[in-house]
Ligand binder design. Structure first.
Ligand code: HEM
Length: 562
């Protein structure tokens, strides 16, 4: 009797297995993958943007490159793709994804009136919304509401605060690290200082929570310090979203830390919303106080959100949504800026002549005075250095969308750009904007592995930090489709959902680089007999999560004599 059951069970399992294999074979080899054209295909065990792909160690011989498929294959992925578009087809599990690195396709997918949308349930989007909807994860009308309320927070006052705070953090760093009087520092982990910087700026300019360069992990009352709390919250969003709450009772130290950080963050944010609202009520009822004065008091991004919410009425954004947007800014603004700047410092270390070129520009612009916010515009080579580092390391490397209706993409052929071909795309198809593919396209960026900030010099638009558009105006320009995005530079995306913090990030990095490079030369810390190229391959090979990241980037700062 028992053996009969076993035989039935086994036969049933075999039938299920064969049906699954047959279904996979059909899907892999005979389905259209949502497109009407025969596009080059990359067959991998799983989709790159899926849990198994991230969890299972890489096996390049089986085409299992995980989430860094585009990085690992950046020299070859599009060599047989005349439309700079291919289909990734997973063999074992999951749906196909269409990848494109074509600038023309980017403009259609991310531009105005596109039918391609973010999927609010996709990995990353749903995680980042763990406190509630926010500007990163929301779609449709809900996203418009978040963006409309959040955009005015990114204005000239904010940018000035970014500049001033960055200068202060730089000075704190030099004083606290004991670099004021020395000629040559010890080994500096560039990624550590850039993470600290980015965290401080977002905490201070974002939430009005200034931090000190040296801060203990615990307060004297044994509680987590502000710095540790913000660091924990901004770097462990995925873990917080994914780890089931039941596991927290295990009392594992890492989970305890996470729980403490998130509950403190939640409590602190609620308290601060209340404080800010009370402050605003007093201000608004004070005779003679102008809107400008109110805006000036509510200078940080968080204050602007509370102010905007009060102007529009409570229903416009709940407390949870304000907190969720703050988490979104912390997440989106911390790792991205820190890793781009770490990459820039690493590249500058191995390109001394580029450093000298940038140093000469800084000297020409500033002479011997300190850099000021108004200098941003003139520091073109420093800006170019940032763009080039972001091109080489596009931290936000994949931008996922799905087609909300049947649509098409018109893409010029690489071998004859006068011939434009149409790819019809079915509703529901997943599309990935591949920023690594675009950044390493030799047609757009000749000699793409070369760190060459000069390639951007003529493309940097003549707007200044002082006179430039605030984010609301920038949004309007983007919506009108006339944004003067640097040709081919889409590291901050394009169109209505372009990065809301792009100027925030640029001003922070340009200010930091201008301060650092005017006083110091950066050198790589090489191992015995190591060349700069070997150092680059060892140290500047990124790894990948929701963003592109670096481990230790060991450099040394040597004081410039003039
Ligand atoms: C080097 C630094 C940065 C890079 C490379 C970067 C890149 C990007 C990219 C590519 C997107 C579009 C993603 C997509 O549509 O799938 C984006 C969106 C976004 N970024 Fe950034 N970002 C940076 C810094 C910042 C900063 C400093 C903030 C905030 C303080 C920020 C806040 C956001 C937000 C809120 C969005 C979502 C906008 C929306 O969907 O309307 N980012 N960023």
């Amino acid at each position: 009797m028992a053996s009969n059951h076993l035989t039935t069970f086994l036969s049933f399992s075999v039938i299920l297995f064969i049906s699954y294999v047959a279904k996979r074979i059909y899907e892999v080899y005979f389905s259209t993958h949502g497109v009407n054209k025969e596009l080059p295909r990359l067959i991998t065990p799983f989709p790159s943007l899926s849990f198994p792909s991230v969890a299972i160690p890489l096996v390049p011989s089986l085409n299992h490159y995980g989430i860094c498929v585009t990085w690992k294959n950046r020299k070859s992925l599009y060599s047989n793709a005349p439309l700079k578009t291919f289909v990734q087809t997973p063999l074992i599990y999951g749906e196909s994804f269409v990848y494109t690195s074509s600038v023309a396709a980017f403009r259609q997918v991310y531009g105005l009136n596109s039918v391609f949308e973010k999927d609010p349930n996709s990995t990353g989007n749903s995680d980042i919304c763990l406190f509630g909807p926010n500007v990163i994860g929301a779609v449709g009308e809900d996203w418009k509401r978040h963006r409309r309320i959040a955009a005015p927070s990114f204005n000239r006052n904010t940018y000035r605060a970014v500049w001033d705070t960055t200068t202060k953090v730089y000075e704190d760093m030099v004083a606290n690290e004991g670099w004021e009087t020395i000629h040559r520092t010890g080994i500096v982990k560039a990624n550590m200082i850039t993470h600290k910087l980015a965290l401080f700026i977002i905490a201070s300019v974002g939430f009005g929570l200034p931090m000190a360069w040296e801060e203990p992990i615990k307060t004297d009352k044994g509680k987590m310090s502000l710095q540790s709390m913000i660091f924990e919250v901004s770097t462990h969003v995925i873990e917080r979203a994914r780890i089931p709450s039941l596991l927290y009772v295990s009392g594992h130290p890492a989970l305890k830390r996470l729980e403490e950080a998130y509950s403190t963050f939640d409590r602190l944010m609620h308290e601060r919303i209340k404080e800010r609202e009370e402050e605003l009520i007093v201000l608004r009822s004070t005779p003679g106080v102008t809107d400008e004065e109110i805006a000036d008091t509510m200078r940080d991004v968080f204050g602007c959100l509370v102010n905007a919410r009060m102007s529009e009425g409570k229903l416009s954004m709940s407390d949870e949504e304000i907190i969720s947007n703050c988490l979104a800014f912390m997440f989106a603004g911390h790792e991205t800026t820190a890793n781009t700047l770490a990459g820039a410092l690493g590249l500058l270390a191995i390109y001394p002549e580029t450093q000298d070129f940038i140093f000469r520009e800084i000297k020409d612009v500033l002479g011997n005075r300190e850099p000021a916010f108004e200098d941003y515009d003139a520091l073109v080579a420093v800006q170019a250095c940032f763009f080039e580092a972001l091109r080489i390391y596009p931290v936000s490397f994949l931008m996922l969308r799905h087609a909300t209706e049947d649509t098409m993409l018109n893409i010029p052929r690489t071998d004859d750009p006068s011939v434009v071909e149409t790819i019809r795309i079915k509703k529901g198809t997943n599309l990935v904007g591949d920023l690594v593919g675009l950044s390493y396209d030799p047609q757009v960026f000749p000699d793409p592995e070369e760190f060459n900030p000069r390639r951007w010099l003529e493309k940097i638009p003549a707007t200044s930090a002082g006179s430039s558009l605030d984010q609301r105006q920038a949004d309007e320009v983007n919506l009108s489709g006339s944004a003067s995005t640097l040709d081919g530079f889409l590291g901050f995306s394009f169109g209505p959902r372009t990065c809301i913090g792009h100027k925030f990030a640029k001003i922070e990095t340009v200010c930091f680089l201008a301060n650092l490079l005017r006083s110091w030369r950066i050198e790589p810390v090489l191992e015995d007999g190591e060349t700069n190229a070997e150092w680059r391959a060892r140290v500047l090979e990124p790894h990948f999560g929701l963003t592109l990241m670096f481990d230790d980037v060991p450099v040394r700062f040597v004081r410039r004599s003039n």
